[in-house]
Design a protein around this ligand. Structure first.
Ligand SMILES: [Fe+2]
Length: 333
């Protein structure tokens, strides 16, 4: 279905097998994104609302109490990200957002299997926010389910078995962010940016947002396009790893968030594979010796985004034995 040139795919039709496997990949290749509708069976309207309610309760609490869960005190990149944790984005003129980061829930690896640092481990939630842990975990699980369905179609769409990606999904570096754009009366120009232009580093992203503010780069017209907000839907964006796997057939969608002054919530779920997965371009998209390691790419970008990670890596506290790039090669206009 296409509404005013906005591509929409029904999740119910995906589950019932009425969507041709190639359609998901073709849509992402054509537009870089689509909306996923008819999600009630996996994410009820009540769950969308509950996630917003617990997020509001958390972000409305005092900075001091939020900082008890500061992400920089976590061993597994989990917890509260204050407005001041500003990454190195040239165009992030007025950052007005704070966040809470949640990952794949797992026991840490034993020391003999650990790299000396690990993004995968247990989540941390403030018990004083009623229902926050249960709601966020339920929302994470639902997004994970949706993502695995999409991945099966993508696998078939590229001529592989539907289980093709399953071997790399044992402790995936898939993250859910609760993002709160703080209401403010800062006088801004229409294109002042709260979240700088970037692509997402994973396979694809599912975003639920409560109000406008997200802009995506439209390559054919070389303009930024407002992404509309539809109730109880997920916006699916192609990410860096899908661009790599498809030899560039799918382009990772460049996007940014402008400063509107209005309060806003956004809940992106980043679908990824296991940290150590080494990918090659899929056979369907031509032979190439090029390789990329999922976690190296991810950590390289988090190094740019999070001053606390930069400090850990630079000081040797996290012994990284691969080169940290100085930019993301997938971020191209
Ligand atoms: Fe993003």
């Amino acid at each position: 279905m296409v509404i005013h040139s906005i591509p929409v795919i029904s999740y119910e039709e995906i589950i019932s097998g009425d969507v041709a496997p190639a359609h998901v990949l073709e849509t992402l290749a054509e537009t870089g994104y689509f909306y996923l509708s008819d999600l009630d069976k996996v994410i009820s309207p009540q769950l969308f609302k509950a996630l917003q309610d617990v997020s509001k309760s958390f972000f409305d609490s005092s900075l001091e109490s939020k900082m008890e869960y500061y992400i920089g005190d976590s061993d597994h990149h989990r917890g509260y990200v204050p407005v001041t944790e500003q990454g190195a984005y040239g165009d992030e003129s007025i950052r007005t957002y704070e966040a809470f980061d949640i990952g794949y829930e797992a026991e840490p690896l034993p020391p003999d299997r650990s790299l000396g640092f690990e993004l995968i481990g247990p989540n941390r939630y403030p018990a004083r926010i009623d229902g926050m842990a249960a709601t966020a975990e339920a929302y994470y699980a639902a997004n994970f389910t949706v993502s695995r369905h999409l991945l099966r179609l993508i696998a078939q769409g590229v001529g592989e078995d539907e289980e093709y990606f399953d071997r790399w999904i044992t402790r995936p570096a898939s993250q859910l962010r609760l993002i709160h754009y703080v209401p403010n009366d800062v006088l801004v120009n229409s294109d002042d940016t709260s979240m700088g232009a970037h692509t997402d580093y994973e396979l694809f992203t599912l975003i639920h947002q409560t109000s406008p503010g997200l802009l995506a780069y439209d390559r054919p017209t070389r303009t930024w396009r407002n992404m509309p907000v539809f109730k109880n839907t997920l916006l699916v964006l192609g990410g860096d790893m899908l661009q790599f796997l498809t030899g560039g057939k799918v382009k990772s969608l460049l996007h940014r968030v402008i400063t509107t002054g209005e309060e806003r919530y956004s809940f992106p779920f980043f679908m990824n594979l296991d940290f150590e997965t080494e990918l090659r371009v899929l056979p369907k998209f031509g032979a190439s010796d090029e390789r990329i390691t999922v976690g190296h790419h991810l950590l390289g970008q988090l190094y740019r985004d999070f001053p606390y990670i930069k400090e850990r890596v630079d000081s040797g506290k996290w012994p990284v034995d691969f080169a940290i790039p100085d930019r993301n090669v997938f971020e191209q206009l």
